[in-house]
Each structure stands twice: as C-alpha cells, then as structure tokens.
Design a protein around this ligand. Structure first.
Ligand code: PAN
Ligand code: ZN
Length: 194
C-alpha cells in the first residue's frame, strides 16, 4: 500500500548488506540466469555443488504511473563462472523509450549496453561513477573484482517495466571475461545464435 505524502528519507549504510528501508527485494541465483553464461560446463559443475546468489536488488515500491520513479540499490557479489565474471541478467525496459541513471557506490566493473538494432557499448563502472542509460539501451552490470561486492544505486521511471526475453534469446554483443588475470572485453560468440 503506497502512502500519500513524502516518504521518509533514509540513510544507506554500505556495510549493511540487507538494507531494510526498501519494500522490494529480489535475490538472483545462478540457476535463474545460467543460460546467460558462456561456459555451460563450468556452470553445471558449480550447480552440482551449490546455487550461489549472484546479486540482491532492493527497491522502493511506487505505483507504475507516469511521473513516478523507482529507485534502489543492487549488491552484485564477486565471483566467476569459468572465466566469466558474475553479472546481472540484463534487460531492455518494456517501455523502450525510458532511461535510467546508475551511480556506483562501491567496487569495480563494467556496464554492457546494446540497442535492439545491434549497437553496442561497454563502459567502465567503479566507485563514484555515474552512468546515464539512454532510452532504447539494454543494460547489464559485471563485477570484475576478485573480492569486493559491486554496489550501485539506480533510478528509473516506475512504469518502465523489464523485458528480459530478447537478451535471454540473443545475449549481449560483448562479454567481460578474465584473461591472464585481467578483465577483457570480447565478442560474444553466441550473439544472435539462438
Ligand atoms: C536495475 C536492475 C537490477 C538487476 O534495477 O533491475 O540491477 O538487474 P536485472 O534486472 O537485469 O536482473 C534496473 O536496471 N532496473 O531497470
Ligand atoms: Zn533498467
């Protein structure tokens, strides 16, 4: 139930990995995004042992109306599946012509972006960096740290919605993998294949 008036402000404590001021909480485990990883054998091996949490998303609850915003914070944990770093599922907004702002509060990594037409971009994303995701650009965040959680704040129109299907079907054009101990941006060999 959304209350009228001004919601109380709150302070985000970065050491608190389970902030309680947000009404919505989604936990994403490997099994939910396993098909997005390049190395399916490595993913299967991990899943035989455990189903690790890749990230937690905490978000405000607002009505999906014109003029409303949703905001929150994502904790993307460090880790790899084979040589590919932990990443968010990635999506277009269901209303394609909606933008988003991301602000990195902790950690280091990249944002990978694609348009439906096949344009592609990769932006570094580390503590203090603000990224503007223009309308039409699908977006995914990748944590390239070996040991630090990547934490970022986001805000976007409350009626934007999420379209995960196109990315699930064709992937992003670029992948971020570890090569010789460092992050490398490579072409996705499976882009558009399925
Ligand atoms: C973010 C993302 C969040 C998780 O709130 O939804 O970081 O990523 P996936 O939705 O791709 O799993 C956002 O971009 N909202 O629009
Ligand atoms: Zn988004």
């Amino acid at each position: 139930m959304i209350k009228l008036g001004i919601p109380p402000g709150s302070t985000l404590d970065l050491d608190d990995l389970a902030p309680d001021q947000f009404e919505e909480h989604v936990t994403r485990r490997l099994s939910e995004i396993v098909s997005h990883f390049r190395d399916q054998e490595a993913a299967d091996l991990v899943l035989k042992q455990e189903d690790p949490v890749l990230y937690d998303v905490y978000a405000s609850e607002r009505p999906a109306l014109d003029g409303e915003l949703l905001y929150g914070v994502t904790y993307l944990y460090p880790g790899k599946i084979g040589s590919e770093y932990f990443m968010t599922k990635g999506h277009f907004h269901a209303i394609l012509e909606t933008a988003e702002v991301y602000y990195c509060l902790q950690g280091e990594g990249f944002m990978v972006l694609d348009t439906p037409e096949g344009d592609s971009s990769v932006e570094s994303f580390s503590r203090g960096k603000i990224l503007y995701v223009p309308p039409r650009w699908a977006h995914r965040v990748v944590n390239t740290s070996n040991d630090q959680t990547l934490v970022f704040f986001f805000v976007y129109p409350a009626n934007a919605g999420h379209d995960y299907e196109l990315i699930a079907a064709r992937g992003f054009r670029k992948l971020i993998v570890e090569e010789d101990g460092h992050p490398a941006i490579i072409d996705n060999p499976h882009w558009l294949c399925e």
